[in-house]
Design a protein. Sequence first.
Lengths: 548, 320
Amino acid sequence: MFLGLPGQGMHLHLDALSLLFLGILLPQTVASAAAGMYRSGTFWAFVLGMGLTLAAADAFTLIFGFELMSAASWLLVLRGDQKPATLYVGVAIFSAACLIPAVFLHGGAVMFLLIVLGAGAKAGLAPLHFWLPRAHPAPPAGVSALMSGGMVKVALYVIIRYGFVVLGQQAQPWWGGVLVAAGAASVLIGALRAMLETELKTVLACSTVEHVGLIAVGLGIALRAKAMGDETTAGLGLQAALLCAVAHGLYKPLLFIGAGEVKHSVGTTSLNWLGGLVRAMPRLGLLMLAGAAGMAALPLGPGFAPEFLLWHAAIGAAGAGGIVARIGFTALLAVLGLGAALAIGAAVRMFGIGFLGRPRSLQAAAAEEGERGPLIGMALLAALCVPVALLPNLILDALSPVIRLLEPQAVLPPLAYAPLPLAVLAALVAVGAAFILYRYGVRGSREVPAWNGGFGKPPPWLPFGDPTTQPSATGFGEPIARAIGRGLLAPGGGDPAEVFLLTPLTRLHLRGVRLAERIRRATIRQRLAFIFMALVAFLLALGLGEGS
Amino acid sequence: MLDFALRLIATLLHVWLTFALAPLVMGVVTTLRAWVLGRRGPPVIQPYRDLYKLLRKSTLVPETASQLFSAWPLACLLSIAVAAMLVPGFCTGLLTAPLSDFITIMGLLALARAATMLGGLETGFGFGGAGAGREALFGVFAEGALLVVLLGFGLLAHGVSVDGIAVAFSTQHIGISVSLGFALAAMLAVALTETGRIPTDNPAGHLELSMVHEAMLLEYSGRNLLLLTYAAMLRLLLWMSLIGSIFLPFGMARATDILTWPGGLVLWLLKIAAMAVVLPLFEVSSAKMRVFRVPEFLGVAMLLGMLAAIFLFVAARIGA
């Protein structure tokens, strides 16, 4: 071998966990390539890096793949926008600085914490998530899709690999607590920002932060339960986390590719300039609706089964343990409930403002259906969502070897949520309603100007009415911004991690640079004086030390 | 085989009664409210007449609406109807009992809410969007509160299916606990918000600016409005059945024992009637709150739910 540590080379090994994550990666890579990325060599280097990380059998190969993935994705982000690329490369260096020492340690809590810091910064776990809503929307849609759907999963894979397999025997309950706390913060901040951002791709990136948080909460509950010997909760938590990873790897790339098509067709992805797109782009609109149903975790969509399992796992975790931990899990349930409803609001806002209603700009009014390649990619992902949505039991059966690998004693109860019978019941009601409506009702419908509370028809020079009279994305989020945003976000609506972590760090960095600059610019007299003072201080210290 | 046949008949009876009685319950509430206010009020069967009238009216579709305009009322009705089939009414052990996980029901109610919100955003005029934004805000707190309350039930009943909770609470001796009182208060607050009653929303309001639920239905007419109105009626009965089977589970029949059915039916009707009397009394004795007071109202509900769970932890700790 030419690569690898001298005398050791690189080793690849595929077990159930690697195969699962490679399976998550495959459909979105195909879809992104179909969306037009197949021409880019950097894109394939990015995919190769992710695949290498997942298939690695030794620490060096893992780090090599991870850094190849970081570097290639940095080049791809740079192609979109320079400013987030700088932030992105900073975070990538930080995560490398945590991961590289960690993988060569021999176990222990420090190793676990370094892994969580390094891989968590890459996955977008709070408080190191601030780069994600900036960097993920920057590159072309196919890359955004793979970064959101694939790269964060690879980072989570590293956490799972080390937390459950490599360090599995040494796990402590509080390790799980760390993951649960970081995940809960990500859920809340991610869902809230997804509800308030106005840029379509930023909304999707914030929603990714939320879903990474959900996966981390599931993993944390499982890790804690594993260390405490609670096999049912461990099984539920792992099922929730892995199923969420599978589902998120399908609908989030779909949404990102769709956002790219919106950008291509309208020229902007700001929700405040879109509107009424489902009339002009019916196929894209319906595919986006399917993705939005997954993002909102609504029943009969792909996102509901993981959420169902996660809530059961959290209720199970709150049922045992010390009283402080149980109160913490009660608060976690409140956070999960808030996050779920905020995710519904964000998905409704994304689809309702962007695709329903009246066009807010001429470009939105003149939008045309998306191109064939991206639509085929999206349709592939949507088709794969169907079994996840309607037959989650089969998917969970397929996941059971992975769960056995991570926790050999895990108890896997059958899923109590059965979408197929629910769909059958809904179909029965639909048949009954259709019979009554068509047998006794008045058929057909008439197109008329909207009633709009009695206001008059818009004048002929405004064919879609005055765009300012329609609720904007900002206006739709305003009640939530007023009621929750003021308490949870930093003043001015910024991300708390950005304002309380990144800004102080930037200020510290600036101060250090100024100090270094002042030393560099010192005159010869100042330098001589400094050397003289240092000499005096040294002699003084020496003399005082000798004298006593 | 006999058991299955009995459960099937009980399920069909439950579904038929729920679907048939939902407008009547709404009519009783409206009439009683008018009486308490000193007015004569419409006859209690007025909702049936309204539904029939809507059935015979032509359906108007706004020019600015998309092709999905008529899909949202149907989605709303279907999810509410499926949820109403899952919540046990007069008896436990229905065929739908294995599906009746509380989280599934929460999800179906959220699906109905999302469909209504999308219907409100459909035409792109101000009132619908404003109503949908407010509904999103209410939903956030309602869902958080409901999930915390659910934890209390799960701890007491060792399971979170509504059927299981009803069976556990009617057979085990739980007694009157402070936790259940808090949980009841929290659940009532969520139920009032979800069904759009005073103090969070006024179902009889006619000012578009202060509407929440009604504002999202403004552009709907004919059969679409019929579906949405009927879904609202079903939702009211669903919440009454849900609260009845969790907090007043005494006398619920068992589906496999036909002799208990008449008692269960009479008691179920009595419980619904009692709630239909209490609701208008509560409504006329309180005023509608400002939109931004509602998060505080529901925040209190969430805190009560958390307190209920914490009291249960403490009780388990000291062995009470």
